[in-house]
Design a protein around this ligand. Structure first.
Ligand code: NDP
Length: 374
């Protein structure tokens, strides 16, 4: 099973490498102090935030060809001890939230992967950038477009990459749908539907604390429908309308959205109709309709396996561990200047944040909010 998984990952990576030509390395804009040694082809990563997703990423990195987990940043000393022994991490590469600026003096770490609650990402990424390390940041990159832009600006000023953990941008079935659309197999794309949600449990977790989450379902899971609408349709929306429903206002307090339906208008009359919710399980479905064909994916953004049907038959691309492929591809972006089929840079994250800002405004005003994503 393990061997098959590895084989499929490698096969898919080679296929992607063939399909996507390498472009000029970003190192052209990085100063020599911040650029990892040219001969170092392995991306040496420290994970910040050793929670549930951080653990999943750490496990996935074990199967990477070009990425090594070499450090941790955590507020929980017992987790640091566990990770040191589980992943053979040296004590000199372990930090907490107070002292991690000192990572700037650690030549054995190239990048920090920030996997903490949403509202902490901005300051943490900016500190990583100031320490001269590349930043990989989980979604949502921030809790507003303004904060996201500040992160982009800080990374640019420091000459380091900022990459967002959009794992679906490297998932083979998703890439096959994008290929079909680009090759005209769907004809003119006219409609996308994205349904994303799950029933949230414990009301005391950080996801239900606006100060840490920046919002409810939209920041956490609705963002997959927003991002998906953009990469499935292959264009940027120009307006948004949205409606909110709360069945449990006691649990979902002011500023914590439970369920929002929203519509995105794209150029040429193309529309997306989406649902983001913390009140329904098994909601993970994309549908794309064009003048010549269609695609249906369910699950569409979960950890997989991603499954789908098209007018031509089932989607049958390799099953991969999303985070393994993502991390190897991110090493190629950072070291080889590889240009991924769908961007994962900070600017891509800011676009989603602008849409989320506009969705909240549309809920508030009840009107159509124009978007200009440039
Ligand atoms: P968890 O609660 O499981 O882990 C978050 C970790 O962040 C904690 O374990 C803790 O680690 C650290 N942390 C630092 N400060 C705080 C604080 N004030 N409160 C709580 N935790 C804190 O969350 P997840 O791992 O599920 O989510 C983390 C991020 O990853 C989020 O931005 C989320 O949106 C994203 N995510 C992305 C997924 C994807 O598929 N791309 C899937 C799931 C999550 P420590 O004790 O080491 O300091």
């Amino acid at each position: 099973m393990e061997t098959r998984r590895l084989f499929l990952q490698k096969a898919s990576l080679s296929a992607m490498a063939l399909a996507v030509p390498a472009l000029t390395p970003l190192s052209a804009m990085t100063n020599s102090m911040n650029t990892p040694a040219k001969d170092s082809k392995t991306l040496r990563v420290a994970i910040m935030g050793l929670g549930s997703y951080g653990t999943r990423v750490a496990e996935a990195i074990q199967d990477c060809e070009r990425v090594k987990l070499v450090g941790v940043i955590s507020g929980t000393p017992s987790k640091i001890e566990d990770w040191k022994s589980n992943y053979n991490i040296p004590a000199k590469n372990c930090y907490n939230y107070d002292n991690f600026d000192a990572i700037k003096d650690n030549p054995d770490i190239d990048a920090v992967y920030v996997i903490t609650p949403n509202a902490l990402h901005k300051d943490q990424v900016i500190r990583v950038a100031k320490a001269g390390k590349h930043a990989i940041c989980e979604k949502p990159m921030a809790t507003s477009a303004e904060d996201g832009q500040a992160m982009v600006d800080a990374c640019k000023a420091a000459g380091v990459h900022l990459l967002i953990g959009y794992r679906m941008h490297f998932e083979p079935n998703t890439l096959e749908v994008i290929r079909m659309r680009k090759d005209g197999e769907l004809g003119d794309v006219r409609f996308f539907q994205g349904l994303c949600g799950f029933e949230i449990g414990n009301p005391n977790q950080w996801r239900m604390d606006r100060a840490l989450s920046g919002g409810g379902a939209m920041m956490d899971i609705g963002i997959y429908a927003i991002n998906g609408a953009r990469y499935m349709i292959g264009d940027e929306p120009i307006w948004v309308t949205a409606q909110e429903v709360k069945t449990n206002p006691e649990k979902f307090k002011e500023g914590l959205d439970e369920t929002i339906t929203f519509q995105l208008g794209f150029p040429n009359g193309v529309i997306a109709s989406c649902l983001s919710t913390y009140n329904m399980n098994n909601l993970d479905r994309f549908f794309l309709n064009g003048s010549k064909g269609w695609v249906e994916m369910q699950p569409s953004t979960g950890y997989g396996p991603i499954k789908g049907q098209t007018h031509k038959g089932p989607l049958n691309e390799p099953i991969v561990t999303h985070q393994t492929v993502q991390m190897d591809e991110m090493a190629a972006i950072i070291f080889d200047g590889k240009n991924p089929e769908v961007p994962v840079n900070g600017e891509e994250g800011v676009k989603d944040m602008k849409i989320i800002d506009a969705i909240f405004r549309a809920v508030e005003t009840g009107g159509k909010v124009p978007l200009n994503l440039g």
